[in-house]
Design a binder for this molecule. Sequence first.
Ligand code: MV4
Length: 496
Amino acid sequence: MFKKILIANRGEIAVRIIKACRDLGIPTVAVFSSSDRSALHTQFADEAIEIGPPSPLASYLNMDSIIHAAKKTRADAIHPGYGFLAENHLFSARCRDEGVVFIGPTPEALKLVGDKIASRITVKKIGAPIIPGMTGTAKENNVFIKKAKSIGYPVLVKASLGGGGKGMRVVNNDRALLEAIDAGRREAKSAFGNDTVYIEKYLEKPRHIEFQILADNYGTVIHLFERECSIQRRYQKIIEESPSTALDNNQRKKMGEIAIKIASVVGYTNAGTIEFLLDENKNFYFLEVNARIQVEHPVTEFVTGVDIVKQQIRIASGEKLKIKQKELLQRGHSVEARIYAEDSENNFLPSPGKIRFLQEPRGPGIRLDSGIYDGFEVSASYDPILSKLIVFDETRDAAINKMVNALSDYSIVGIKTTIAFLSKIFESPDFKQGNLHTSFISEHKEDLRVSTTKNLYEALAAYGIFTYSKGKSAYVEKEKGIVPVWESTGRWRSGE
Ligand code: MV4
């Protein structure tokens, strides 16, 4: 086992990884940018080392700085978390060259699964269903036009490298297709340094279903069942659950077996996710491989009882998988909500600033993976995720109910958050009935409008802070100037 692990990340996931290390008795090293000097992950690790200025390129994406920190602290492994360098094959290779274990897949596997065209070819070869479309790129426009004709509009132009919807465009006719190819190429070139694009049939209102995989270094691959992540905004998942209401045990078994086959054929090791889209007739198609621990991993941990981060560390240290596929069960139901520092009343604009009051939900079956504390300053330099609230109960209805209660016990004053918006989703009849698809939020825009903050605790806390605190802390800086802290909680009317 490792003697010391460096965590090349920040926020809630860095804290989550440090907890797994502590459980395994492994000392930890946090790395932090100059603006994260007093961040939770910096305080929580056994050692912490500054790696550069706030800009991600200069700090959390700075391979030299991170490798240097690992050498200096004699860490023998690096956990990359999600985002930043997690799926970067050059970083995985660099770790290998420097004699530090990268807790994740090999550079070769990362390179293959990071290339969508290459993975489509590989997945097609083993006879698994891929979304209809190209399995190569082309220079000539008429190759694209011909393919679009054969699969039928609408089609989706995608960049072969990278992810997150960058370079993606839906088009409905030949002329729009040619424009989208040009634009997609330019966007992909500047984002990923590679202008390879291809087209797929655009599936309308699919469900997004993914299988969690664990693969050791000796060829054993298991899956930990599925997560449904259909509730998203701008390609960003915000609510996830396990199990999915869309799968019966038959289809679950079939998709799980295919996920294992895909992971095996690409030589995948460590934890990963095989993503699928499910159409309205429940046909499923391979979408892509996510080669990292995912934000939504806790729902799988709740229903299977497996600590995925601990498994990642054990696998990377060369242990064999001890869990057997046939011993695994999906028990009960788990739901996760991502809490962002965003203004849901104002087009989800980031809402950085200082947290003035914090009350966190707790109770049986409630887990809060958080990167914040009372008094913490949320930076504008990074992804605005603050925390994840994950609940577990015997049934889906009970889990949703628990989530609604837990969200109402969650008060954050000083910045705007998505808590009230999330409550609206969980209370919506379509969500409760499990009528989910990736356009859920845009189709329910009107019902999901948040106008008045109804959190009594937040309003009272803000009032208390304003009344009793002397000096600056009673006021916050907003676009319109310096305002009393309660204005950051949204409009409040008595009698709600
Ligand atoms: C698709 C699709 C429909 N048809 N591909 C979005 C992110 C990128 N990684 C893949 N994505 C999609 N690809 C075809 N052919 C719909 C999406 C999509 C989506 C996928 C997963 C999770 C959320 C999503 C939200 C909107 C669109």
